[in-house]
Design a protein around this ligand. Structure first.
Ligand code: E4P
Length: 221
């Protein structure tokens, strides 16, 4: 299973990378705005900075909503670095753009996916990744994890190479359940990745081991 971090914050990306378990990064216009990254040139150079930190794929989202502009923007993004994956929304023009990029071996991430039908269509168009937003489904009283389960079944039925990139992952149990269901990738905030470290029995067990070591070695014995 691949771990992507869902942020545009360079310090958090560095921290996850230094932990040694980071496979890539996803961003979106909201996350870029949160870091105060505005204006085309700043946005493009920020993507380059992200690519310089990580070794894996970096999703960069197009802002255009019509096919022609999506293609122009996506090609510009793809030129920044070989790690860039063009993130395209699940719309009619978005699907056409994904097919266009896929025919030219430019990697894509189809974003804002909320149903199995959308996920099937994106895979048919040749998306490299498809991002079901499980947390946002949960927010509207719909089972986000059930969508992951449907996607795993459908993609396996037909041997689609498209990777299921579970997005809008809000907490550790989301991540663990995505792993149980067979999602290829999860993207989540740093706190969800570091949350995997935590267990109170690990803390108390380590404390006890160290206390016993100190006792046994108190007099140089
Ligand atoms: C990732 O590609 C998505 O943009 C992101 O996971 C959305 O998460 P949110 O629902 O917490 O904003």
């Amino acid at each position: 299973m691949k771990f992507f971090i869902d942020t545009a914050n360079l310090n958090e990306i560095r921290e996850a990378h230094e932990l040694g378990v980071l496979d890539g990064v996803t961003t979106n216009p909201t996350l870029m705005a949160k870091e105060g990254i505005t204006g085309k040139n700043n946005i493009l150079s920020h993507y380059k900075s992200v690519c310089d930190i990580v070794t894996g794929d970096v999703s960069a989202e197009v802002i255009a909503t019509d096919f022609k502009e999506m293609v122009r923007e996506g090609e510009e993004l793809a030129e920044i670095d070989g790690k860039i994956v063009v993130k395209v929304p699940m719309t009619r023009d978005g699907i056409k753009a994904i097919k266009y990029f896929s025919d030219r071996e430019i990697k894509t991430n189809c974003t804002l996916v909320f149903s199995a039908g959308q996920a099937l269509l994106a895979a048919k168009a040749g998306a490299s990744y498809v991002s079901p937003f499980i947390g946002r489904l949960d927010d509207v009283s719909t089972d986000g994890l059930a969508l992951i389960e449907q996607m795993v079944l459908i993609y396996n039925n037909y041997g689609f190479e498209t990777e299921i990139l579970a997005a809008s992952v809000r907490h550790v149990m989301h991540l663990v359940q995505c792993a149980e269901l067979g999602a290829d990738v999860v993207t989540c905030p740093l706190k969800v990745i570091t949350g995997l470290l935590k267990h109170p029995l690990t803390d108390s067990g380590l404390e006890q081991f160290l206390a016993d070591y100190r006792k046994g070695n108190a007099h140089g014995g």
